[in-house]
Ligand binder design. Structure first.
Ligand code: HEM
Ligand code: MYR
Length: 416
């Protein structure tokens, strides 16, 4: 390291679309560096990977989020005006609103709703020839988080709401119909939730005591004002949408159980420690959120490289989770590697790095881990199933990705 490599192609947007999760790492390996500059979406862009780079990227004196996210990402995945694009005190205060909802008690409540919903569905699965686990788990999560947040969904609406949330998740890097489905889904969902927030504020709808709907509807900005109802809707969607997105990690966990059957028996008998090792390795190993973006706030030099003010910068999350200097045999799935892990805030970063309260690290990381553990407990102890022959390949070009088949299981039986 210590020098900036330049990717000399005119613009690498097509290469990013083509190489997906491997775009940054391939260039890092080619140039022998963890920092290089390229052009993406016609703009000079610095790409970073690795734990040291992550530490710099999460230094709020050096980087800001204002102006960092392309419109196509805001109009689909994130929404406009939400916590992800805020900086400084405004960010800190808004983030606290989220973190206040992440108490162990709140997380247990959500996990309990998911486990109950899962058990209720096993009965139907026993009667079916086969099911696509991705579709089922998405609906279980959607139903549970909707009632947890205080925006409940009826039985007949669950499928549609889950599809709409999946559309937002799948749209940001897509072109054509897959992208536009996400824009329409967000527009409709924001409008419906903003109306609900307005009704709560007018006293026409009672938000459950302590629910996110109540917290967000009554939250006051540092200046004392309420959030605009559209922004309140964006923030409520920032709880519901990513909780449904945990279905992808649960599918990857089910795939890992299938491909490493010794871990199925270990988890069936083992305690929380084994589940923790397994969940961390699933989050490290499988491709999910590829990279996050920011802009240089004040110019600085790092590793002999100059970062001018305003420069768009991307941190490669997937590449850091697979960095050969950080992880021995990174391409081997081995939960036991976490028995000696240092727990650092910048090496394992599937949901961002740094500090949850101060920085932009994912507010829902603890929920994610708890839901994955709950799913694993049910998959290994409360049901048996077969995994028929199917296409389980994971495309590294599609972002976000999933095993092609969505993970089909058959002959489901509940374990009494
Ligand atoms: C932020 C990933 C689940 C709520 C983030 C970030 C990533 C991420 C990469 C951005 C970090 C950054 O900007 O530096 C994921 C993945 C999940 C997941 C892969 C698995 C499905 C959740 C859940 C929730 C949640 C379950 C809430 C219930 C948030 C919020 C932010 C965030 C509110 C914005 C934080 C901020 O800007 O300060 N997540 N997340 N996420 N996530 Fe998650
Ligand atoms: C969430 O819903 O917030 C969590 C999971 C969504 C993953 C979507 C991955 C998007 C791929 C491209 C995004 C580029 C962001 C700069």
């Amino acid at each position: 390291m210590g020098r900036m490599a330049y990717d000399l192609s005119m613009d690498s947007t097509l290469a990013l679309a083509w190489q997906g999760y491997e775009f940054v790492s391939r260039r890092c390996e080619r140039y022998g560096t963890d920092v290089f500059q390229t052009r993406l979406l016609l703009e000079p862009t610095v790409c970073l990977r690795g734990a040291e780079a992550a530490q710099v990227f999460y230094d709020a004196d050096r980087f800001q989020r204002r102006g960092a996210f392309p419109m196509r990402v805001q109009k689909t995945l994130l929404g406009v005006g939400g916590v992800q694009g805020l900086d400084g005190q405004t960010h800190r205060a808004r983030k606290q609103m989220f973190m206040d909802l992440m108490t162990p008690h709140d997380i247990r409540t959500l996990t309990g709703l998911v486990a109950d919903g899962w058990r209720a569905r096993i009965i139907g699965w026993e009667a079916a020839d086969r099911i696509v686990l991705y579709e089922e788990v998405g609906q279980i999560l959607c139903q549970a988080v909707s009632s947890w947040v205080g925006v409940p969904v009826t039985e007949s609406q669950v499928r549609g709401r889950t599809q709409s949330l999946h559309a937002m998740i799948e749209a940001p890097a897509a072109v054509g119909p897959r992208h536009w489905r996400g824009r329409r889904a967000r527009h409709g969902a924001e409008q419906a939730i903003a109306d609900l927030v307005d009704r709560v504020r007018r006293g026409e709808h009672a938000a459950p005591e302590g629910s996110a709907l109540q917290v967000v509807s009554t939250h006051r900005e540092p200046g004392g004002q309420l959030l605009g109802s559209r922004i309140a809707a964006v923030e409520l969607l920032n709880l519901v949408r990513p909780t449904v997105a945990v279905d992808r990690f649960i599918i990857f966990a089910a795939l890992a159980l299938h491909q490493h059957p010794q871990w199925r028996s270990r988890l069936r008998q083992g305690g929380d420690r084994d589940a923790e090792l397994f969940v961390q390795e699933v989050r490290r190993f499988y491709p999910f959120f590829p990279m996050v973006g920011a802009r240089v706030r004040t110019a600085f030099d790092w590793q002999g490289v100059h970062f001018p003010q305003g420069r768009r910068t991307l941190l490669d999350l997937y590449g850091t989770n697979h960095h050969p200097d950080l992880w021995e045999n990174p391409e081997i799935f081995d939960p036991d590697r976490f028995t000696t892990w240092d727990g650092g805030a910048y090496g394992l970063i599937p949901q961002g790095g740094g500090d949850h309260h101060i920085g932009h690290r994912c507010a829902g990381e603890w929920i994610t881990i708890a839901l994955m553990k709950a799913a694993l407990a049910i998959l290994t102890r409360e049901m048996t199933y077969d995994v028929p022959s199917q296409d389980l390949r994971i495309s590294l070009r599609r972002m976000p990705t999933l095993p092609s088949s969505g993970f089909v299981i058959s002959d489901v039986r509940s374990v009494p």
